[in-house]
Write a protein that binds this ligand. Structure first.
Ligand code: SAH
Ligand code: SF4
Length: 341
């Protein structure tokens, strides 16, 4: 028997094509999309505004697959929650929910593992298994819909710009009013910064927020932490970043993981402030979250505050990220579903 087509992850143009093949009117694609993404339906029999014959045709050739929740953990420190999901082929990914003020943010994965192997990151240690499909990316949000997330960040496992087509397709669904209706300003893509992909993103007609994982104030230190920096050094990265900011008229975020005795000195702060001068940006400091078997440590509270206070008058906006879910390994860079031995 032919395997059924999974409709989750298909968008209006794909659904129109399918309807045409079934000899149906293409305008029904909007209704179908609204059932799958807005109402989160997984069963054709619920789609009562579609004719019975169409529902029967659809159930004979298609399905609406869902990822399977395996485990949910709640942090005792801040009540953030980590969710482990199993995909159709048995691979596993994680998503995280965090609460702050009136925001509920869902942190979503885009790959199983990550090929970039940053020295400080648990996902990087895991190695790369495969890209997520658009449906698997969207489904993390659909699965946690009852928590009513207000913001989506692509900061889970993987590098979204190395899974560009699937990530963009998923974001189209997340952004559209026929889909999950998250305004672009409520969606943030975090990336190490692949320059040609950032430019491609800048040329799209819709816009989302961009966060760049900078993590070091110069090429020498950044290459030690992030091997990708040897391929795309800071000058090419920052050129693409400026293009994005100008084209989209948006302020960017630079993420900077603070690591004890590596990038946490006053000189580092000064160099960092000079590096980003002239770029409309916010710097988000993330104190390092521990990862088993990695040699890095978080700086002391005094050192973290001193770094922030030194940076602050020299940069337009500096924020210090409160770590979430560190006790359940749900904090930045701690997501990992298996360690390669
Ligand atoms: N691959 C993308 C998105 C996932 S990583 C990226 O690198 O941007 C999300 C964020 O977690 C990045 O800013 C990364 O620098 C940070 N991160 C990774 N490991 C970390 C750790 N151990 N402690 C704190 N932040 C970490
Ligand atoms: Fe991949 Fe991001 Fe981790 Fe680097 S920090 S290994 S790019 S997930």
């Amino acid at each position: 028997m032919k395997e059924k087509i999974n409709l989750k992850g298909l968008w209006i143009d794909d659904l129109e094509k399918l309807l045409e093949e079934l000899g149906e009117r293409t305008y029904k694609a909007n209704q179908l999309a609204s059932w799958i993404y807005d109402k989160g339906s997984t069963n054709f029999s619920q789609m009562t505004d579609l004719s019975k014959s169409l529902r029967e045709k659809l159930s004979s050739i298609a399905c609406i697959d869902t990822i399977r929740l395996i485990k949910a953990q709640t942090s005792e420190l801040d009540f953030s929650k980590k969710f482990l999901f199993e995909l159709r082929d048995g691979e596993r990914i994680e998503a995280v929910l965090m609460w702050e003020d009136d925001r509920t943010t869902i942190c979503v994965s885009t790959q199983v593992g990550c090929p970039l192997g940053c020295a400080f990151c648990a996902t990087g240690k895991m190695g790369f298994k495969r890209n997520l499909t658009p449906g698997e990316i969207v489904d993390q949000i659909l699965a946690l819909k009852d928590h009513r997330p207000t913001h989506v960040v692509l900061m889970g496992m993987g590098e979204p710009l190395l899974n560009y087509e699937n990530t963009i397709k998923a974001l189209k669904i997340v952004n559209s009013e026929l889909g999950l209706s998250f305004a672009g300003k409520r969606i943030t893509l975090s990336t190490v910064g692949i320059p040609n992909m950032i430019k491609k993103l800048a040329d799209l007609t819709w816009r989302i927020r961009l966060a760049i994982s900078l993590n070091a104030p110069n090429d020498q230190k950044r290459s030690q932490l992030m091997p990708i920096n040897k391929k795309y050094p800071l000058n090419t990265l920052l050129e693409a970043v400026k293009y994005y900011a100008k084209k989209k008229k948006l302020r960017l975020t630079f993420e900077y993981v603070l690591i004890k005795d590596f990038n946490d000195s006053e000189e580092d702060a000064l160099e960092l402030s000079k590096l980003v001068r002239g770029i409309p940006c916010k710097i988000n400091l993330i104190p390092y979250n521990s990862v088993p078997d990695l040699p890095f440590e978080k700086p002391s509270e005094e050192k973290i505050t001193a770094f922030r206070d030194y940076l602050y008058p020299r940069c337009p906006t500096v924020t210090l990220r409160k770590s979430k879910g560190e006790d359940i390994q749900a904090a930045c860079g701690q997501l990992c579903t298996s360690i390669k031995s």
